[in-house]
Design a protein around this ligand. Sequence first.
Ligand code: 13P
Ligand code: SF4
Length: 348
Amino acid sequence: MAEELTFDPGRHPRPTVVDTPATRAVAADPEIARLSQDELISRIRDLKRKREAVILSHNYEIGPIQDIADFVGDSLQLSQQAAATDAPLIVFCGVHFMAETAAILSPEKKVLIPDPMAGCSLADTVTAEQVRKWRREHPDHVIVAYVNTSAAVKAEVDYCCTSSNAAQVVRAVPEGKEILFLPDMFLGLWLRATTGRKIHLWMGECHVHAGIRPEDVRARMDEHPAAHLLLHPECGCVSQCMTALADGELPKDRTHILSTGGMVKHVRTCKERTDLIGTEVGMIHRLRKENPDKEYVPLRADAICEYMKTITLPKLYRSLRDMVYEVRVEEPIASRARRAIDRMMENA
Ligand code: 13P
Ligand code: SF4
């Protein structure tokens, strides 16, 4: 695939995850229809205790889901929690590839997702067959995959990484080996610049982050000239921002390229009042809880991941009540994917 780094919003229709079978099931459920939010919360808590479940939530989930979860974190932290928990049941409030990773790491536990249609536009940009073809074209290269991929894709690669340990994983690849990085081209460009390694890019992107453009950074920086700038490496503006940093157009001490977990750590200690947030807007709920005294301004208020937002309290309640929807990764995919995931965990 030729490298082509322009973003075309026409290629990115917003995903239609509003009318899913799980959404219809909760709408038609006579018990759920009667319950107030407080009653739902109390029943979720009761069922969680009864079933000895742990509820994990990604930082992009809606506020009420983050608030009821036992643990809220980034992709790597959620994988670590899934691997470490003693609970026999994990209810994963995140997207499907994250629940699959939990199922691979904890094959003896049951993993549920409240709506299996919570997908990922970035993970959908590459299939296992395409990875096999890419490897055939470059048999001597090492394949590093971002965790935002299906289990079938993970089974075809050498290493996995998340945004919080991607540079560490790339540095762990034997010196002199060229790397095929998939599927996010913006994260891959950032890795090229930060590690200096020879990295070939897959031209995938996330529709939410790719839409965060240099003009958004410019406009928000003009409005808040003293703010810190927090950018997720999937953002479509990352390479232009790195050039602007090198040219002195962006402040070195106030520009940070971070995973969602890295953003949480940043706001715990940063004294400057305003942070500009270059990622999905659910992050702001998490950051406010972490440090309510600061002001958080999204680079784009429409940076919304519909997949994350399809997980709601009624669906979480139904998931615990009816034990739906189980996420299982069958053999031999699970064992083959675990090799790459274990390398991700070793470099955490
Ligand atoms: P993090 O690993 O930084 O939480 O990112 C996950 C993700 O899906 C970003 O869009
Ligand atoms: Fe996937 Fe983008 Fe949603 Fe993250 S924000 S889960 S990369 S679609």
